[in-house]
Design a protein around this ligand. Structure first.
Ligand code: ADP
Length: 403
């Protein structure tokens, strides 16, 4: 079996896979431990039953041990050794270019990248330390959200800041959501019956955090997030791209330091900041239908920014686009947002099929939502980052075909 861990500073999302068929891992259970270090609550779903526990969770190690011991008690595993590998989601891997067995060097890269992802990487590190202590024999693999974007050419990843900022301090675009993009590309290759290395696509990963990537001949060519996941699109609570001078200006206006202003750009901006309703697209859409003006502006901005990047990325592909993909919570589910985005793309000859696009949860993995007159195919595809991490973990542990 393989255990997948997506760990934050006070939470651990986990999923267990049976990997007897290494090409088709089978989902056994998924769960969440939260409020770690505060009080603690954890649960998991197994055989369609939800199991809930109120144990105190002082730290990640205690939480993981409780989870693993419960799996033994419930005879889901016999002992820790049934879990041969553990795959960790790591948001920032700096310039590491693929998922990797966690060697001392890889561990150091994660530590070094922590200053670039102070909200995300520490959670992964404490979970890695905890698993190492509890399961010393398991093979540990890190999958990075940044790795997929390491193919972005220098002209695209450099900012227009002094080159020494890049050379001495690593200031460049890294990009995120790479595990999701990798999964989408793999699926697109199957859907289109086309070698991965030939696929040209524009992918919109629209969740709470949101980004887009342009994939040129199977490689990330550009993406909207940057040094950190704050850049690019308007998101649930993050501003996306803004004039950098706003930070100093608002720091003076509000008499707050740069850290506090940056926190406001991360937590109080985007859909939440503009609509003043919610960071959740479903709430904002409800308000939009109710005629709320702030919600209308929020949706207008949200969809215009996606549409603008789509046009820019289509230009990068010379208009030769195999697929435009909508994925993640909003992209997969919201026919409303998909329609609004494509209504604002005027020059690519795209046409949505109203019936195919209409909201319905009837599709398993993907659905085509464009008409056959549309110049490029448009799809909604369900992403599955945990499965991608699991497949990566299997390949690093068993196949040794590592790059
Ligand atoms: P995260 O980045 O936290 O993984 P998700 O990918 O789960 O986020 O996406 C969360 C977003 O998806 C929320 O804004 C939520 O409103 C939106 N969403 C989920 N289901 C729907 C739906 N049926 N219609 C519109 N938006 C949806």
């Amino acid at each position: 079996m393989i255990l997948i861990i997506n760990s934050g500073s006070s939470s651990i999302k986990f999923r267990l896979y049976d990997i007897q068929d290494k090409n088709k891992p089978k989902d056994i259970l998924e769960g969440l431990a939260e409020r770690i270090g505060v009080d603690g609550f954890w649960s998991f779903k197994y055989d369609s039953t939800k199991h809930e526990f109120n144990d105190k969770l002082p730290n990640h190690k205690v939480a993981l041990k409780l989870i693993l011991d419960k799996l033994i008690e419930m005879k889901i595993i016999e002992n820790y050794n049934d879990i041969e590998g553990v795959g960790f989601r790591v948001v920032h891997g700096g310039t590491v270019s693929s998922s990797s067995l966690i060697s001392d060097d890889i561990y150091s890269s994660i530590v070094d990248s922590t200053k670039l992802a102070p909200l995300h990487n520490p959670g992964a590190l404490v979970a890695i330390d905890a698993v190492k202590a509890i399961m010393p024999d398991a093979k540990l693999v890190a999958s990075f959200d940044t790795a997929f974007h390491q193919t972005i050419p220098k002209e695209n990843f450099l900012y227009t800041t002094p080159i020494e900022w890049y050379e001495n301090h690593g200031v460049r675009k890294y990009g995120f959501h790479g595990i999701s993009y990798q999964y989408i590309l793999k699926n697109l290759s199957t859907i289109l019956k086309k070698d991965c290395r030939k696929v040209n696509a524009i992918v919109c990963h629209l969740g709470n955090g949101a980004s887009m990537a342009v994939i040129k001949e199977g490689l990330s060519f550009d993406t909207t997030m940057g040094l950190t996941p704050l850049a690019g699109l308007m998101m649930g609570t993050r501003s996306g791209d803004i004039d950098p001078s706003i930070i100093e200006y608002m720091s003076k206006e509000l008499k707050k330091d740069v850290v506090e202003i940056t926190t406001m750009l991360n937590k109080n901006s985007g859909l939440k900041g503009i609509s003043k309703i919610s960071s959740d697209m479903r709430d904002v859409r409800e308000a939009f239908y109710g005629g709320n003006q702030n919600a209308k502006i929020a949706i207008h901005k949200y969809t215009t920014i996606v549409a603008d990047f789509m046009v820019k990325y289509a230009n990068y592909l010379n208009g030769e686009i195999d697929a435009i993909v909508f994925t993640a919570g909003i992209g997969e589910n919201s026919d409303f947002i998909r329609t609004q985005v494509l209504d604002r793309v005027n020059i690519l000859g795209l046409e949505l099929d109203e019936k195919l696009n209409a909201y319905s949860n009837d599709y398993e993995d993907y659905k085509l939502i464009s008409t056959n007159k549309s110049k490029s195919k448009v799809y909604a595809i369900k992403t599955n980052e945990e499965l991608m991490i699991c497949l990566d973990t299997i390949s690093k542990i068993y196949l040794r075909s590592t790059k």
